[in-house]
Design a protein around this ligand. Structure first.
Ligand SMILES: C[S@@+](CC[C@H](N)C(=O)[O-])C[C@H]1O[C@@H](n2cnc3c(N)ncnc32)[C@H](O)[C@@H]1O
Length: 399
């Protein structure tokens, strides 16, 4: 049950680039003073994202301290989340690069470019060597300028052949680029901000407009913060668009099935929880704030006009959506099957060697498993897995 894909870690040189940018900006400040400035701004920005929910360009995208804080602290986290999602699209969900010519990526609400840059870096690590054009749209001109500089300074990390930035308020009607469509459209933690104060019908119209920008085989990858309300909203929009036939739903689940948690009350909701590596600097920044830095949580949807891959419509494939629970001599987890239903999978510990218990415990929310043998009792939603060998990882990426 080894990982099916090893991902490249967040490049140290980008982390160093951000720190250097901070020390150049405040060359008269010592390290601790800069760290304290960043810490205070993290608290402010977290409140803005989670509590106040006010998104105007002057509140974040025009202030040096906000941008430097984002770059040094939030940027690696959104990088990791998009990197995992792009890996899933390419290595498991059947996204294919154009046979020739450049891959065209559109990063909507790009900010400083963590999503677009991580996607390019991820494609390169998957040996997808087409040149890439990256279009980055955001209303923060300062963010776009910084993105241009990072792109240039760390040029050898990606196959970027052209970067086009566009300063635009995305709440206004989207520009239609009918001639040149995009192979990948990315929305990294930006959809909830753009949609704040939008009614559902406006959100749907906005998403429909994006279909004109996506190639026939193109994928749209949406990553959102792991708050229940935001993740539910993402799944509601995805379900609506797929039910109306605007897009087909490739992920998080299978066979175009929508999230079952929207219909029934449940202790879980659709989001990933992934272990990540955090640099010493990030640990230093976050230590006094006691922030979680060793995992990233996010909601995911992958949409396309291309048909999703076909999986058996039963409990033999699942995506894990709960932590692995250890109790009463069993290991168990909740997964969503190929039929879009929720199942509880259980293995008796007495049937496992110590090493096998360890391996199962290390499974993460978001891993995709194939269950080769299963036993059902009276409750058809409870699956007993007879032995370790009955489970294989179909998609599980690790750093
Ligand atoms: C949380 S940041 C995410 C940035 C980046 N995508 C990432 O992965 O790190 C959200 C971005 O959306 C942008 N944004 C929010 N509302 C916007 C709007 N109405 N028009 C343009 N950009 C917007 C913000 O300026 C910010 O850069």
């Amino acid at each position: 049950m080894d990982p099916t894909l090893i991902l490249p870690p967040y490049p140290k040189e980008i982390g160093d680039w951000w720190w250097q940018h901070a020390t150049q900006k405040w060359s008269d400040h010592g390290e601790e003073k800069i760290l304290n400035l960043i810490r205070k701004e993290i608290v402010l920005q977290s409140d803005r994202f989670n509590k106040n929910r006010t998104f105007e360009s002057y509140e974040y995208g025009s202030r040096d301290l906000s941008l430097i804080t984002y770059g040094n602290f939030f940027f690696p986290r959104t990088w990791y989340a998009m990197s995992l999602s792009v890996a899933e699209a390419c290595a498991f969900r059947g996204w294919n690069q154009p046979r020739k010519g450049p891959i065209r990526i559109l990063d909507i609400g790009s900010g400083l470019g963590a999503s677009g840059l991580s996607a390019m870096y991820q494609l390169k690590s998957l040996k997808i060597d087409n040149p890439i054009t990256l279009d980055a749209w955001d209303y923060s001109g300062k963010s776009l300028n910084l993105l241009k500089t990072i792109c240039l300074d760390c040029n050898h990390l990606w196959n970027l052949s052209r970067l086009n930035t566009r300063r635009i308020d995305l709440r206004a009607p989207l520009p239609l680029v009918r001639k040149q469509k995009f192979d990948l459209i990315l929305l990294g933690y930006s959809m909830n901000e753009i949609f704040e104060n939008f009614e559902l019908d406006q959100q749907i119209e906005w998403m429909r407009a994006l279909t004109y920008l996506l190639t026939q085989n193109g994928f749209m990858i949406i990553v959102e913060p792991a708050q229940k309300k935001i993740c539910d909203q993402l799944q509601i929009i995805s379900s609506f668009l797929s039910n109306q036939g605007d897009y087909l739903l490739h992920a998080p689940y299978f066979n175009g099935k929508t999230c079952p948690f929207l219909k029934a009350k449940n202790s879980y909701y659709s989001h990933e929880v992934r272990k990540i590596n955090s640099s010493l600097r990030i640990q230093k920044i976050s230590a006094p704030l006691k922030l979680e830095t060793r995992q990233v949580k996010f909601g995911l949807a992958i949409l396309s006009r291309q048909k999703p891959a076909a999986f058996p419509e039963d409990s033999s494939y699942c995506r894990i959506v709960s932590p692995i629970k250890k109790k009463k001599g069993t290991l168990s987890f909740v997964g969503i099957g190929g039929d879009g239903l929720e199942y509880t999978y259980e293995v008796q510990k007495r049937n496992l060697l110590a090493d096998q218990v360890k391996k199962i415990t290390k499974l993460e929310r978001g891993d995709i498993l194939k269950i080769h043998e299963q036993e059902k009792g009276k409750d058809a939603q409870r699956i007993r897995i007879p032995k370790f060998e009955s489970i294989s990882c179909e998609f599980s990426s690790r750093w």
